[in-house]
Design a binder for this molecule. Sequence first.
Ligand SMILES: Cc1cc2nc3c(=O)[nH]c(=O)nc-3n(C[C@H](O)[C@H](O)[C@H](O)COP(=O)(O)OP(=O)(O)OC[C@H]3O[C@@H](n4cnc5c(N)ncnc54)[C@H](O)[C@@H]3O)c2cc1C
Length: 462
Amino acid sequence: MEIVEKLIAELGSEKVLLGEALSERYPHIWSMDTPLIAKAVILPNCTQDVCTITQICNEYRQRIIVHGGLTNLVGATVSQENDIVVSLEKLNKIIEVDHVGRTMIVEAGVILEKIQNDASEKDMLFPLNFGAKGTAQIGGCISCNAGGMRVLKYGMTRNQILGVEGVLANGTVINSMKKIIKDNSGYDLKQLFIGAEGTLAIVTKAVLRLREKPTSRNCAFIGFNDFTKVTEFLKYVDGSLGGKLSCFEVMWHSTYKALTSSPSLLDPPLDYQYDYYVLIEALGGHPEQDSQHFSEVLEDAITAELILDAAIANTASDLNWFFNIREDVGVLKAGPYHDQHFDISLPINDIGDYVENTLEQLSKIEQIDVAYAFGHLADGNIHFLVMKKNLSDNLRKEINKIVYSPLNDLKGSVSAEHGIGLDKKSYLNISRTTAELDLMKLIKRSLDPNNILNPDRIFDLN
Ligand SMILES: Cc1cc2nc3c(=O)[nH]c(=O)nc-3n(C[C@H](O)[C@H](O)[C@H](O)COP(=O)(O)OP(=O)(O)OC[C@H]3O[C@@H](n4cnc5c(N)ncnc54)[C@H](O)[C@@H]3O)c2cc1C
């Protein structure tokens, strides 16, 4: 029996999309006009379906490409003609919210923003937050160990996950779904699946850690002309706010300008006279006191000439306005050019010089229209979005060389939070030693000996 017939026989035809139905689907939210290429798309709606799919695919040595919300920025969800795509979109239930234990149990396909909203309605916080929250699924966030804008205070996805249920390539369910924070009973197996980019298991459920919902939220845009002052200010403001600082997002001048001028509909909170702009957020528990303290901390910074100017969000709509400026980075892609993304990590002290040198070298390439720099400075994480006039492979490699070459000496990483996918695997050896890569491959071969789960992602096995 052909594999597709077998899948239909076991799962029912409504869960197996073929032929014309595939042309309505796409490999990424930024290429919705590109029809998906695959043998079939399977839509499981329970863990047992995922077991059935993996067992059959393992038996047939069939490659599986896992689809979450399709918002990754590393080419991870692209498939080939003979691939079977497994999309988690029907596993979309919030199973339980425990406001005493401060946990939420969810299926992998639940959208991040729904989790945030449901937690908020129960006066709790799920702190993971980034621009694609309205589309990214929690299974995708777990598989990429997503970061975002509140890592400084709460950590990455890894820090928000208490339990994971994952299905291995041979159909075995690894149920590590405890609602406990501490568990040193042997290896912490769920961590194997977090950040594995779907190469070791298909994540089907998770236990999320919720936090108390802050009752105060203060936010400001700050202007600087000297990058050393930006890093000094980070240390000052984090200390002065006594643990309340939750986000510290830097934008270089051209990025800030593009995010706050047409086609963006958002106005600039500060005018365009500064070289660097920083968005900060503080979360606390005493609304009046916190707001007054926040203003005083910024006034003192102006008096001490640490910062040049500050625009403080005074209303809930100001808060949305300020955050939307940082979150709506899709607007940077407007225009006729092709985009190339970077997500690098390096020590905070090296960021100023590194970005300046990198932007200078990129500006000398005639085939680049503009290179935007921005990022989660407190996490040592900078993004570049390079807008190119053509798609040539040589140009792509030339740009990669400029961005990645210094990272080895700086002991940085080619991926801070987006992962490796297909796009960055040739550069993985900049961040990892041969022994580390060998261990990763050993784990992959042990858990997925037929290399069926997201093959070719992160590294090639040969
Ligand atoms: C505008 C924008 C802003 C962004 N900002 C940030 C940011 O600040 N921080 C950040 O970290 N990322 C950011 N991203 C990247 C992206 O949103 C995250 O990587 C996100 O976690 C991907 O989730 P997804 O559901 O879309 O996964 P997908 O893109 O569908 O998949 C990502 C990878 O995970 C695998 N996968 C998906 N679901 C599962 C599952 N259930 N089991 C096993 N494997 C699975 C896929 O095969 C793929 O390898 C941004 C993206 C956009 C478009």
